[in-house]
Design a protein around this ligand. Structure first.
Ligand code: NAP
Length: 303
């Protein structure tokens, strides 16, 4: 069921973590890896992120059974084109991109005829690069696979088993639905964090040192999210445009309602909302997606 040879394209946080997790959890599986950045390739070699670091994507995928693209979503199509001529015909192609409909289309377009099963491990941190990865990143995290109609069930079962071997819990979802769900659980929260941190840094009348000094009052948790990789997040918003805009519309309406409640001194409305949101937090902790310690969120399980 499992794979003997896995090629990882992009050796940053996600690619590096997959390489380390395979080494730890899948005895007998060899990994090859390539990254466009020579410095990243060098660090990947030093850290042993994959069994063999290659000088080209073509070399990395030459005899791979599974190829996983771990590059920013805007770079997926170009990265896939680089292996189009050498991809083994029976290889399964997947990725870890944070938006799924656009990436699925990009991979299909670049690799016509290939078995493509897009995936998104909902696991990550605000750090990026080859030194950020760690073997247990995926443990107890969801990995969402977005097969299309007609996807080979055997290939789907193999890919699911691969992610489960790395410690993830696998869920199947339609790509468009994935994009809507992740817009509200991940993309909009990042947009809000980027906005708040941007607003605070542009404020007149409140000094930058005051913002930093008193950050424990909530701001600090936003700065962690707002420290996430700019390339990755630019690409997420550009590729999941429609779902994000739809959710942003809903969010803006709710914000306006909250603004009215404050203006009208409607304490009941505020209290009701804050009670409901507290319950959501409780459910997240109960379902093991976070812990209740006061340093929540500064651990290693966001994305
Ligand atoms: P990362 O740490 O920045 O690593 C991505 C690496 O891919 C970089 O070293 C980049 O090099 C390289 N790259 C770019 N284009 C390439 C190409 N054509 N061929 C080979 N390598 C190429 O990013 P990451 O956090 O691992 O994210 C990778 C993917 O995972 C993204 O699609 C993201 O949406 C998804 N994801 C991220 C998280 C998270 O929390 N970070 C969580 C779940 C999913 P350059 O820097 O030189 O461009």
């Amino acid at each position: 069921m499992s794979f003997a040879r896995v090629a990882i394209i992009g050796l940053g946080l996600l690619g590096g973590s997959i390489g380390l997790a395979v080494r730890e959890s899948l005895a007998g599986c060899t990994t090859t890896g390539f990254d466009a950045d020579p410095d990243v390739r060098r660090r990947a070699g030093v850290r042993g992120l994959v069994s063999r670091v290659c000088d080209s994507a073509a070399e990395a995928v030459a005899d791979a059974e599974l190829v996983i693209f771990c590059v920013p979503v805007g770079a997926m199509e170009q990265a896939a084109r680089e292996i189009a001529d050498v991809l083994p015909t029976d290889a399964i192609v997947s990725d870890v991109g944070s938006s799924k409909a656009a990436v699925g289309e990009a991979l299909k377009k670049a690799l016509p005829g290939a078995t493509v099963i897009p995936a998104h491990p909902v696991a990550g941190t605000e750090r990026s690069g080859p030194d950020a990865g760690f073997a247990h990143l995926f443990r107890q995290r969801w990995c969402i696979l977005t097969p299309v109609e007609g996807t080979d069930p055997a290939a789907l079962a193999r890919l699911s088993a691969f992610w489960e071997a790395l410690g993830a819990k696998v869920e199947l979802m339609d790509a468009a639905h994935h994009d809507l769900v992740l817009a509200v659980t991940s993309h909009i929260p990042h947009l809000i964090a980027y906005t708040i941190v941007g607003t605070a840094s542009d404020l007149e009348g409140v000094t930058r040192s005051e913002v930093i000094k008193y950050s424990a009052g909530g701001f600090r948790d936003f700065t962690r999210i707002a420290a996430s990789d700019p390339t990755m997040w630019r690409d997420v918003f550009l590729t999941n445009r429609e779902a994000v805009l739809e959710m942003l519309g809903r969010f803006t309406e709710d914000l306006t309602a909250l603004q009215r409640a404050i203006r009208e001194r409607n304490g009941d409305a505020l209290f009701d909302l804050f009670t409901r949101t507290r319950d959501i937090r409780r459910s997240i902790v109960e379902q093991g997606q976070d812990d209740a310690r006061p340093d929540f969120g500064r651990g290693d399980h966001d994305g």
